[in-house]
Design a protein around this ligand. Sequence first.
Ligand code: SER
Length: 342
Amino acid sequence: LEIYTISRDFFMKTVNDIRSEFLNFFKGKGHAVVPSSPLVPQNDPTLMFTNSGMVQFKNVFTGTEKRDYTRATTAQKSVRAGGKHNDLDNVGYTARHHTFFEMLGNFSFGDYFKEEAISYAWELVSKNFVLPKDKLLVTVYHEDEDAAKLWKKIAGFSDDKIIRIATNANFWMMGDTGPCGPCSEIFYDQGDKLWGGPPGSKDEDGDRFLEFWNLVFMQFEQFDGGKRRIPLPKPSIDTGMGLERISAIMQGKLSNYDIDLLRDIIEHSADLTGVSPDGDQAPSHRVIADHLRASSFLIADGVLPSNEGRGYVLRRIMRRGMRHAHLLGASEPLLYKLLPTL
Ligand code: SER
């Protein structure tokens, strides 16, 4: 068992390895490796927090800003709490929700479009990450025959592995205004030990089928909450892969909270409180690990707790983390002690 454990850890890719591998792959395909932007959007008063990789490129997609590259790749710090994409109340009780997470992405600003986006995604997933094809399936927007045909041609998926979705689950928008377009998502089947059905089925909310990569075919800019849409100057690509989700898949874990990066924080929280990391109170450890990340990165990007706006959301996240520390029996402040592990 010891030899098995040592060799498994030796061969296991860490979250840091996976992040680097993604960025290097796209660098090799001519993409500029661009640093993550801050969690407070610099160019957009309509958005509370950076909620995905495309936010820093919003004006590049719409054509009002030019950069000296037309292909980019990033690992973007993202927060989804408050605003359109809000996951706060689920965190701790599910295997996959976070307030803070990292989104890996590749972007084309009027350079390549669907065919290359799908080819790159397939090459990375099947050759570099070596995910077995029989565990993968994809969705496309129901009107997007091109995407369905490309998945068939490039990956060789049969029709039952290409699921057409008519809802806006397959039409991605940044917010009420901004760039948007139909999308195609890649799912991993974690097996029948977990409850859940494929996307589009009545059991789709279960954990069995895990969406880990969203390829958005950016084609429009929308205004007035979607009442008016105009075409972008050139069709573009925005993809987002949840780093924590792909890490869980590659590390053979059923929960994002079991990947190395989050598990270390949870074990530290368990050590300090003396409460098992895996027992009935596991949700509290998960809340603490998640909210510690969100609070620390928000504070590092200049947000401070307050009564309104961003500061209020931060205050709610911090309070929720502290309440769960209290539930674990901590009578002294706990979260700051976990910061070195983070
Ligand atoms: N913007 C898309 C998303 O957040 C893809 O990056 O899912």
